[in-house]
Design a protein around this ligand. Structure first.
Ligand code: FAD
Ligand code: SIN
Length: 519
């Protein structure tokens, strides 16, 4: 079947929803989600949304912290947009009914997270900020009435005509395929956590956006910068549930196998050092431990029990289900893949290198996070750049008449391997060879094996098969970019190049097809 819209938004997380709201009234809008509308990284965001709205804060201070966290690679003009337009976007969200937590006097309550110099993180229901933002945006978008939402609609590939993106091929769970053309398409497909064996991300985070864009010929940028969150639950057979950085913001300690606090030995900010520093310190503590089963724990037992239950209700209840009472027990943790700073390369207005294609949110790389994202800047990024994407899509709207016999962007050579086994091999390989500590030997091995895996993967005739392909192709993009960056910076750590090399690498990596360049 063939359909046509003015605008297609692929993704219903914070970026996609905010863009769809901006597009409403400017033409017909299709907003796709590959599972339930509520299943996204946005839905699981705990700590909060960073915004310079408290009396002792300012966009300039927020900018300073964002630049410092980004390890010399944040694009200052983009970050300035984030911190100056951020307050308007959050105030608008409050107008639309968002219920952020308030203090006893009814004022917005701000908390602190790692590498922030001010308390500037707004939260909702204690540790369910993303859920509240998603609820507010979905409700508001639905009330507008003009946006067509399609859940369980998996965007398999982009449609191209004369080098312009003109639509999307949609695969449904029953095997049905629809070709939908549009005058502008936005990728807001979220994160890439599922590329790795251990992740805080939900099942939907399979890096579909970057893989689709790459196949269509678009440029990706900074794919080597993958943030490993230091504190994910580490209990056998349990998901790597996130233990929010806000716990450390409220005073939690990290302890090693000997139950000793170790972060003061690694950084003056101790537990509140930036995530890359804390994740590597944990990695090191596990490496040097002489215990039979090395462990690292998060400890909140010295904090007031009643406060913990009120401030972190979701964490408290979830850990109870795993037999842990956080007010009394140490919590076993390990780092896990959490957020990708890289993605589809865009300018300030979400334009990619392909006409007709835009990207926003975690799928995009605007350069705003550089080598390391400041905690809680990504929900804000979704709001700010989702809104800007909508404006650009309206201003530059493409031709009305699109030939529906357009070509698909995907390669047509497939193997006959077992997609489930190859997916799981990719995830293990990415974790062991392209994880927290990297080197040339293991990166080369990963690149070579991922090339073979990509060739073995079968045709994407189901969502699962298409996701396995996207995981492998995005994994290969991450490994290739990590191999090309011969230095350590932010979240990218090379044991064979342990120092930062500003002279040669204070640049973004840009990947197109198979080659990486630095600009
Ligand atoms: P998402 O919210 O991930 O939405 C992606 C959407 O795209 C989904 O609707 C999905 O169905 C759809 N999609 C994907 N692929 C396809 C496809 N092929 N076809 C159709 N639809 C598709 N950030 C903060 O700022 N503060 C926090 O406190 C915070 N906590 C976090 C906690 C956790 C556990 C996690 C995982 C992340 C957290 N983050 C936090 C990061 C933040 O949540 C994400 O970066 C942000 O929500 C991404 O929003 P998005 O709109 O780009 O994508
Ligand atoms: C957290 O709550 O620790 C996650 C915050 C983030 O990823 O920005």
């Amino acid at each position: 079947m063939n359909f046509s819209y003015d605008f297609i938004v692929i993704g219903a997380g914070v970026a996609g929803l905010r863009a769809a709201i901006g597009l409403n009234q400017h033409g017909s809008v299709l907003c796709l989600a590959k599972r339930e509308l509520s299943e996204s990284n946005t839905q699981y965001a705990q700590g909060g949304i960073a915004v310079a709205l408290s009396p002792d804060d300012s966009p300039e201070i927020h900018l300073r912290d964002t630049l410092a966290a980004g390890a010399g690679l944040v694009d200052e003009d983009v970050a300035r947009i984030l911190v100056t337009e951020g307050p308007q976007r959050v105030l608008e969200l409050l107008d639309w009914g968002a219920r952020f937590d308030r203090d006893d006097a009814g004022k917005l309550a701000f908390t602190r997270e790692g590498a922030h110099s001010r308390n500037r993180v707004l939260h909702a229901d204690g540790d369910s900020t993303g859920r509240e933002i998603g609820r507010t945006l979905t409700q508001y978008a639905r009330d507008l009435g003009g946006i067509h939402f399609s859940d369980f609609g998996f965007a398999r590939d982009l449609l191209l005509q004369d080098g312009r993106v003109v639509g999307v091929e949609i695969l449904y769970d029953d095997g049905r395929i629809e070709t939908v053309t549009a005058r502008a398409v936005l990728l807001a497909t979220g994160g890439a956590g599922m590329v790795f064996a251990n992740t805080t991300n939900p099942e939907v985070a399979t890096a579909d956006g970057p893989a689709m864009a790459l196949r269509a010929g678009a440029e990706l940028s900074d794919m080597e910068f993958l943030q490993f969150h230091p504190t994910a639950l580490y209990v056998e057979n349990a998901p790597r549930f996130l233990l929010s950085e806000a716990l450390r913001g409220e005073g939690a300690y990290l302890r090693n196998s000997a139950r000793e606090r170790f972060m003061p030995n690694y950084h003056e900010l101790a537990e509140l050092a930036s995530r890359d520093v804390v994740a590597r310190a944990i990695h090191r503590e596990l490496e040097i431990s002489t215990a039979a089963e090395p462990m690292v724990y998060l400890d909140v037992t010295h904090l007031k029990a009643e406060n913990l239950k009120v401030r972190f209700p979701r964490i408290y209840k979830t850990l109870q289900q795993h037999g842990l009472d956080i007010t009394r027990d140490l919590i076993p943790i390990r780092p896990a893949a959490h957020y990708i700073m890289g993605g589809v390369r865009t300018d300030l207005n979400a334009r990619t290198s392909l006409p007709g294609l835009y990207a926003a949110g975690e799928a995009a790389c605007t350069g705003v996070h550089g080598g390391n994202r400041l905690a809680s800047n990504s929900l804000l990024e979704g709001l700010v750049f989702g809104a800007r994407a909508a404006r650009a899509m309206v201003e530059e709207i493409g031709p009305e008449k699109i030939d529906s016999a357009s070509t698909r962007s995907s390669a047509l050579v497939y193997g006959d391997g077992d997609d489930e086994a190859l997916r799981s091999e990719t995830q293990q390989l990415m974790w062991s060879n392209v994880g927290i500590v990297r080197d040339a030997e293991r990166l080369c091995e990963a690149v070579e094996r991922l090339k073979k895996i990509s060739a073995l993967l079968p045709a994407p005739t189901s969502r699962q098969r298409a996701e396995a392909r996207n995981i492998a192709e995005s994994g290969l993009a991450i490994a290739r970019s990590a191999l090309a960056r011969l230095e350590s910076r932010g979240s990218h750590y090379r044991s064979d190049f342990p120092n930062r090399d500003d002279a040669n690498f204070r640049k973004h990596s840009i990947l197109r097809c198979e080659s990486v360049r630095f600009e």
